[in-house]
Write a protein that binds this ligand. Structure first.
Ligand code: HMG
Ligand code: MG
Length: 310
């Protein structure tokens, strides 16, 4: 059934720097530096932070310290809403030791990417996802399911809409709180975003859809605006646009969270832009974590300019 966009709802911004950003950096960041970044991100007024992954550390050594990070972080009294990624039931059980309200998990629209990422077929992954949702729900957690390679796969290229339809249909029966349509290698265009949202709206209301764009070709903000105008209100970014995709050489990180925030602030869709805290976050990324920062806002500063309207 097609659901009308809920145009009045507030925008929800999720920062995924500590998970998606750091998982693809070749450099392994020390726990103390991650905790400093987490503390700083929690001051930047994002609605949600994806803080780590409970994956096999042999697959993703960059996030091999998830328990240590959570043990320290959850000793604080922060009101920041958090989310963490799990690839399977084992990961979900590890996550449930911590008061993380959101569990995120994954399936891909393309068989090859699914296989490379979690070493199983789409069909088996959907069964795993179903188990994750039921375990997480029993523990009163919310679940986001990422659908990767919606707009293109590094191995298979364009995604056949019928294959996408099958994944949407199966996911619609699983009962997640949010479906994050993901442009893993940053190849979507605004027209393609509208087409996919039209298709997904037969299965999920826009209030349950999030958009997760990588910014390889620089189209992410245009895609986000297209998604917003269609009725989606939940969007992801990573500070400074850090990250990439280990399976697609040249693919870049998520759209920069600060550019995402600026897009909505300048259109009066969010009430504030925490300029000083964002600047401190960018400084931490550059100076403490030693990561390249790639955003429109950071480039303006590097050229000695001031941020218009902020
Ligand atoms: P596998 O090797 O097939 O797993 O990996 P297995 O079930 O055969 O187990 C092998 C070993 O791993 C066993 O240990 C398990 O206990 C252990 P052993 O007996 O050999 O000592 N194991 C685990 N250990 C810790 N935590 C776990 C876990 N599970 C098994 N959760 C597996 C399968 C799924 C584990 C592996 O492929 C994996 O960890 N993949 C994660 C990949 C990943 O994190 N990718 C990035 C996230 S998705 C993404 O970035 C896309 C997204 O941003 C959206 C977009 O942009 O498209 C979300
Ligand atoms: Mg991603």
């Amino acid at each position: 059934m097609k659901t009308e966009p809920q145009k009045s709802e507030a925008v929800i911004l999720t920062d995924v720097t500590l998970r998606d950003g750091l998982q693809s950096e070749s450099k392994i960041i020390a726990l103390e530096a991650k905790l400093e970044l987490l503390e700083q991100l929690s001051k930047c007024q994002f609605n949600r932070l994806e803080i780590t992954s409970f994956v096999n550390p042999k697959w993703v050594p960059q996030l091999g310290d998830s328990e240590k990070l959570c043990e320290t972080w959850f000793r604080t009294k922060s009101t920041q809403e958090t989310m963490a990624f799990v690839p399977n039931v084992k990961g979900c059980e590890r996550l449930l030791s911590f008061p993380i309200p959101w569990v995120s998990c994954f399936v891909a629209a393309s068989q090859s990417f699914n296989q490379k990422n979690v070493n199983s077929s789409i069909e088996d992954t959907l069964k795993e996802v179903e188990s994750i949702v039921s375990i997480a729900k029993a523990a009163k957690r919310k679940v986001r399911i990422y659908v990767s390679t919606v707009w293109g796969c590094p191995y298979e290229g364009e995604i056949n809409p019928q294959k996408l339809e099958v994944v949407f249909q199966k996911l619609s029966k699983i009962g997640a709180d949010e479906i994050a349509l993901s442009d893993t290698i940053g190849v979507a265009t605004p027209t393609a975003v509208r087409t996919v949202l039209n298709q997904s709206s037969k299965y999920f209301p826009f209030s349950k859809v999030a958009l997760h764009f990588h910014n390889t070709y620089g189209f992410a903000l245009a895609n986000i605006q297209a998604g917003f105008e269609a009725g989606v209100r939940s969007f992801d970014g990573s500070l400074g646009g850090v990250g990439g995709c280990p399976y697609a050489k040249g693919a870049t990180g998520n759209v920069a969270s600060e550019d995402l925030m600026n897009l909505f602030y300048r259109q009066k869709r969010i009430p504030a832009f925490p300029k000083n805290e964002i600047e401190k976050g960018l400084q931490l990324l550059r100076d403490r974590l030693g990561l390249p920062v790639e955003s429109a806002l950071s480039k303006i500063q590097e050229r000695g300019g001031a941020w218009y309207g902020l």
